[in-house]
Design a binder for this molecule. Structure first.
Ligand code: FES
Length: 68
């Protein structure tokens, strides 16, 4: 399963966006260049930006490892 579709026009999922961030994407322009997200009708842009921001927050502030 690839995750929830964010951009239906270009079949970009939330997992694709998280993977792009893990691979070094840091801006919405970079995300568009890499995935094509939001380059057609554009109706997915708010959700795509929110997903990108959430993924970037995880990179900037990763959850600490908890050991027992
Ligand atoms: S749904 Fe993403 S560009 Fe149309």
């Amino acid at each position: 399963m690839r995750g929830m579709y964010i951009c239906l026009c270009n079949a970009v999922t939330d997992g694709d966006i998280r993977r792009a961030v893990a691979d070094g994407v840091r801006t919405f322009d970079e995300l568009q260049a890499r995935t094509g997200c939001s380059d057609c009708c554009g109706c997915c842009e708010p959700e795509a930006r929110a997903t990108l921001d959430a993924a970037l927050a995880q990179v900037a502030f990763p959850l600490p490892l908890v050991t027992a």
